[in-house]
Design a protein around this ligand. Structure first.
Ligand code: PMP
Length: 362
């Protein structure tokens, strides 16, 4: 069976091999007579699944021993509140504003303490990131927060910023596992699962141990990292099925050659798509400054809004799904996460070229 390519920004495409394996195991996991969905989260079968998933993630990202990996709920959005509640420690925090998701993180953090926006891409309509020299950082901030990949705007910061000794907190929702990262440079990394990890319902937090245990006193127990760290993310019932599928994705990534292999592939896919956009003579346009173009989310526009409906309809007929841009910024957006193979991007490019040939002269 040939499936269409799904360019959704999230929930997003999962590797076909993972879906096939989940299907095989759906009714009866490993001879237990149970679906993973039906297992006790405290039983030995699910505990083994959970531990293996964590071990594989640790291996993929080379996570140092002094970091805890938490498998939580509430999405990345809940982390927008959980982070200040746990890390502000009565102080202030620095935030970099690079687009819609960092704005949301800032707005939420402002409810809990004094937030210093070190720089903002707003004046440039978030098409670039202000130069590091212009950032107004506070060396005494409790933490520095940024969004390495802005899913809606398609802006990616490809290197980890240098902010001295201030712990870096990063929302990796739409770029985690797309390439290797040096986890030791971060105090906390968080990522909603529904793009590069697995199904929605799970958010992964990788936190340096010394940052745990400092939540403000009225923090709800479910929002205190200490609670989850002390209970191996099993204080309450975790999202077991999402955790299991994430584990299958981690195994699949290892089988692909790990994150170095994914990085090469993702760079190649992004290059192919940006080259097609830039080579279209202005028919397709991507507004993002070249050094900050996202490898994962590629927004682009057509010469006239009237063409967009046709583009989307015909793309769907050609088996290229979910190319509409985010409702806030419009246009098109192709999300080309790990599960989109190279030939998916090639088919998209061929479709774009054929569509242009047909409509350019009209
Ligand atoms: N941060 C980023 C960068 C995102 O892309 C998203 C979701 N698209 C979120 C946060 C919010 O995630 P969730 O829906 O899991 O709360």
């Amino acid at each position: 069976m040939s499936r269409p390519y799904n360019f959704s920004a999230g929930p997003a495409a999962l590797p076909e091999a993972v879906l096939a394996q989940a299907q095989t195991e759906f009714m009866d996991w490993n001879g237990t007579g149970m679906s993973v969905m039906e297992m006790s989260h405290r039983g030995k079968d699910f505990t083994a699944i959970a531990q293996q998933a964590e071990a594989d993630l640790r291996e993929l990202l080379s996570i140092p021993k002094n970091y805890k990996v938490l498998f939580l709920q509430g999405g990345a959005s809940a982390q927008f509140s959980v982070i200040p509640l746990n890390l502000l420690r009565g102080g202030t925090a620095d935030y970099l504003d690079t687009g819609i998701w960092s704005q949301k993180a800032i707005a939420e953090a402002q409810r809990y303490g004094k937030i210093n926006v070190v720089a903002s891409g707003a004046a440039d309509k978030y098409t670039t990131v202000p130069a590091r020299e212009t950032w107004q950082c506070n060396p005494n901030a409790s933490y520095f927060h940024y969004t390495p990949n802005e899913t809606i705007n398609g802006v990616e910061i490809h290197d980890v910023p240098d902010v001295g000794d201030v712990p870096i907190v990063a929302d990796f929702s739409s770029t985690i596992l797309s390439r290797p990262i040096d986890v030791s440079k971060f105090g906390l990394i968080y990522a909603g699962a529904q793009k590069n990890i697995g199904p929605a319902g799970l958010v992964i937090v990788i936190i340096r141990e010394d940052l745990i245990g400092h939540a403000q006193p009225d923090t709800p127990v479910m929002l205190d990292y200490k609670t989850h760290a002390e209970h191996d993310s099993m204080y309450n019932t975790p999202p077991t099925y999402s955790w299991y599928i994430a584990g299958l994705v981690f195994k699949w990534l290892k089988a692909q050659g790990g994150l170095n292999a994914m990085s090469a592939l993702n760079q190649c896919k992004a290059n192919t798509l940006y080259a097609a956009i830039d080579g279209s003579g202005g028919f397709y346009r991507n507004p993002i400054a070249i050094p900050y173009r996202s490898w994962m989310n590629v927004p682009f526009t057509l010469p006239a809004e009237a063409l967009e409906k046709q583009f989307l309809q015909q793309a769907t007929q050609a088996g290229l799904l979910n190319l509409a841009g985010h409702r806030i910024i419009g246009g098109m957006r192709a999300s080309i996460y790990n599960a989109i193979p190279e030939h998916g991007v090639q088919e998209l490019v061929q479709f774009m070229q054929a569509f242009q040939a047909l409509h350019q002269s009209l």
